[in-house]
Design a protein around this ligand. Structure first.
Ligand code: SF4
Length: 295
């Protein structure tokens, strides 16, 4: 992998240049989310696929506010003192899911280290509200590490989500400089605990961003570590610098390298692998065929 130092931001390679489709569905998604006063990670994290997903009528809901108690070097979400949880937010997410007729929903949240349970009960209530209104919808939770607290993890699992997603984000060596108040082993521990208590009734999922200076061997080691804790689903995507205040892109990893790493991951036994420059944790999340058979 070659490295390119970049200030100002490097020119995007062709494979990362996207047409920005704005369809009627995009506009409908926009107004529905505004009407229901819902946050999305699509906007807060400046996801490059936001246009495509909303134009297809999908979105990743971000509950517990848009202010995070952490400040990861790659993330565009605002770091600030969070507001109180909105008690009716679970019902609003459920209503949006029903109106958007989502077959697969991803519910994520900022880190709420200010809350005793890290926001776990708010996740439980949101999953249960969605399940009540849309019993056939596959529910994926993309959660912070809850400081690896058993009670918080069990609270989320009590709502029986189909997929429990927690991102490793990067390789072990880079974790301290890339992630805030998180550790590589704590994230593995969260995934291990979920599999330990719900082996056959839930899929676990995790993802890494590439292009932050990691080596291919370090990525392969991280994939083996994820398989070691029973992780079923993997996403690998290109890191993109949200603003000049965030970590620089060290390398634009080629589509060929993503394909090669994806092949290696399939051979390691992941049940599903999405590996490509534009892949994000919840991008095309509904493409995982078996999700509806969990739980
Ligand atoms: S924990 Fe890190 S990645 Fe997650 S929302 Fe907060 S700053 Fe972003």
């Amino acid at each position: 992998m070659t490295a390119t130092e970049s200030k100002p931001r490097p020119r995007l390679p062709d494979w990362l240049r996207l047409p920005l489709p704005t369809t009627d569905t995009f506009t409908r998604t926009r107004s529905l989310l505004d009407n229901l006063k819902l946050h999305t990670v699509c906007e807060s994290a400046r996801c490059p696929n936001h246009w495509e997903c909303w134009s297809k009528g999908t979105a990743t809901f971000m509950i517990a506010g848009d202010r995070c108690t952490r400040a990861c070097g790659f993330c565009a979400v605002t770091t600030a003192k969070p507001f109180a949880l909105e008690v009716d937010e679970p019902a609003r997410v459920a209503e949006a899911t029903r109106r958007m007729r989502l077959k697969h929903i991803v519910i994520t949240a900022v880190a709420r280290d200010d809350l005793a349970d890290g926001g776990a009960d708010h996740f439980r209530r949101t999953v249960e509200a969605v399940r009540a209104l849309s019993p056939k919808t596959v529910i994926e939770v993309l959660v912070p590490d809850f400081n690896d607290r058993d009670a918080a993890i069990e609270t989320v699992l009590a709502a029986n989500p189909d997929i429990f997603n927690h991102n490793l984000e990067t390789v072990r060596r880079l974790t301290p400089s890339v992630r805030s108040r998180a550790t590589y082993d704590r994230s593995l521990s969260v995934l291990r605990k979920v599999k330990a208590c719900r082996r056959d009734s839930i899929y676990t999922k995790s993802g890494l961003m590439l292009g932050l200076g990691e080596t291919e061997d370090e990525v392969l080691t991280a994939l083996r570590d994820l398989r070691q804790v029973g992780c079923d689903i993997l996403t690998l995507g290109q890191y993109l610098q949200p603003t000049l205040r965030h970590l620089p892109v060290i390398a634009f990893v080629s589509p060929e390298t993503f394909a090669k790493l994806g092949e290696r991951a399939w051979k390691m036994g992941f049940a599903h692998v999405a590996s490509g420059p534009l892949v994000r944790s919840s991008y095309h999340a509904d493409k995982f065929p078996h999700a509806s058979q969990a739980g």
